[in-house]
Design a protein around this ligand. Structure first.
Ligand code: FAD
Ligand code: MG
Length: 412
């Protein structure tokens, strides 16, 4: 099956970093195998839009097998690594069966997991917003809460609880989810659930003093004003200490009944990364040099959210992972031909976030844009960044469909 004359390159992951390598790697030079528990790439920047159906789930994914048919893919998770033997251990996702793979070069791009900070009840009761299955579960839960709240014999307290949608974590993901939720209430539920739409409450709980901490101060203040007008309640300095089946408990003892709680409070190193015997930074990410090589080892590379470039603290974003992937694909080719590549340098294109009601933030180096124009910019940027023509067409059609017919509220 494998070609004995080419060096074996194994890539762990199918996210922004890995996919960017996969798209560009020279398969005339390398015999490439991809191992990932997810058999598709997911365009996370538009994931919040899928939770309420502004965009359909399948419109923002791309199967890895289709992009480079000549690359081998295993639907498995890497669970261990023995670099002196140049061997990884994997578990099949569907049957759990273990197998090993040999490599000459290994690229680790396994991303990060959701940080729970050991708050009890998060894994049991909250939903995350990281994978497509999370977006589907959120969408399902929202419709379920609305239907249950519409029951003729519902008790008023229970109704109030079911219609309270809470997000924990004031980063861009949490903000964008609430923005989408707000649009859903105003544009769709007022028509389809006239009896309950007016009683839906949206709350954002943030542990620190500020939401959107990485954005410009004027844009943060603008977001607070937009949210106030949209009646999205923002509670800063409100760390969550426990999540129960139907209530959130804050550090000051406040108990908040909820129908849905979305946990979006940051990321942590994955179990695989924590188990590796390689140099790591304070956040347990794999330390790499400016060529994305794992410090003090050869033929082992890491990029994206699971890594940290020594002395250059890049943000954990899709932009960084994607640029690193592109860089590594060409650097590997250079090394294989005995050419020394230039070190990796990140170029920031700024940050964007949707805040609802057709308004967005554009935090660029040169301009700080906001409002409707920024929203058009937000849409056009994401459209051009989508990885395939198919995705672009599907997303445009979804936007038109939502604009003309509204979002679907069926429960199935
Ligand atoms: P990921 O894209 O997370 O990919 C990790 C891959 O590794 C996945 O395919 C996973 O299945 C696989 N994997 C995990 N464990 C293993 C294992 N043991 N073995 C093999 N494979 C494994 N960034 C922006 O710049 N702009 C945005 O607008 C933006 N919006 C976001 C919205 C949401 C809802 C989320 C969740 C994130 C957003 N991000 C955004 C952040 C961005 O998604 C990440 O920074 C980016 O995905 C990091 O790329 P990565 O390749 O390191 O990891
Ligand atoms: Mg990746």
């Amino acid at each position: 099956m494998s070609n004995p004359t080419k060096p074996k390159l194994v890539i762990l992951g199918t996210g922004f970093g890995a996919f960017s390598v996969i798209k560009r790697i020279n398969t005339r030079i390398f015999d490439v195998t991809v191992v990932s528990p997810r058999n598709h790439f997911l365009f996370t920047p538009l994931l919040p839009s899928t939770t309420v159906g502004t965009i359909e789930l399948r419109s923002i994914i791309e199967p890895v097998r289709v992009v480079r048919p000549e690359i081998r893919y295993f639907h498995a998770e890497c669970v261990g690594l023995n670099h002196s033997k140049r061997e990884i251990r994997c578990n099949g996702i569907l049957d759990g069966r273990t197998f090993t793979l040999q490599y000459d070069y290994l690229v680790i791009a396994v991303g990060a997991s959701s940080a729970t900070f050991n708050v009890p009840g998060v894994r049991e009761h909250a939903l995350f917003l990281k994978e497509l299955s999370d977006a589907r579960a959120i969408r399902h839960r929202i419709i379920e809460c609305l239907e249950r709240a519409s029951h003729p014999r519902i008790n008023p307290d229970e109704r109030k609880r079911l219609l309270h949608f809470v997000v924990v974590g004031g980063g861009p993901t949490g903000v964008e989810f609430l923005a989408e939720m707000h649009d859903f209430v105003i544009e769709d539920l007022r028509k389809s659930f006239p009896g309950v739409a007016g009683d839906v409450r949206l709350t954002l709980l943030e542990a620190t003093d500020e939401i959107l901490g990485s954005f410009d101060a004027a844009l943060r203040a603008y977001t607070r004003r937009v949210f106030r007008r949209q009646r999205i309640e923002v509670r800063t300095r409100s760390p969550v200490t426990r999540i129960e089946r139907s209530r959130i408990v804050l550090r000051d003892g406040t108990r908040i009944p909820y129908g849905l709680v979305v946990w979006s409070a940051g990321t942590a190193a994955t179990p695989l990364v924590r188990s590796l015997r390689v140099p790591r930074d304070a956040a347990s990410r794999i330390l790499v040099d400016e060529y994305l090589r794992v410090a003090e080892t050869s033929r082992l590379y890491a990029l994206g959210d699971c890594s940290s470039v020594a002395g250059r603290p890049y943000p954990a974003t899709a932009q960084v992972a994607q640029q690193q992937g592109k860089y590594l694909a060409s650097a590997l080719e250079s090394w294989s031909q005995g050419i020394q590549p230039k070190p990796f340098r990140y170029k920031s294109y700024g940050m964007l976030a949707y805040v609802g009601s057709g308004k967005a933030l554009a935090d660029l180096e040169s301009v700080k844009g906001r409002g409707f124009a920024a929203w058009l910019f937000w849409r056009s940027v994401y459209l051009t960044r989508l990885v395939s023509l198919k995705n672009k067409i599907l997303v445009v059609f979804d936007w038109i469909k939502t604009f003309v017919f509204g979002r679907d509220i069926s429960r199935f």
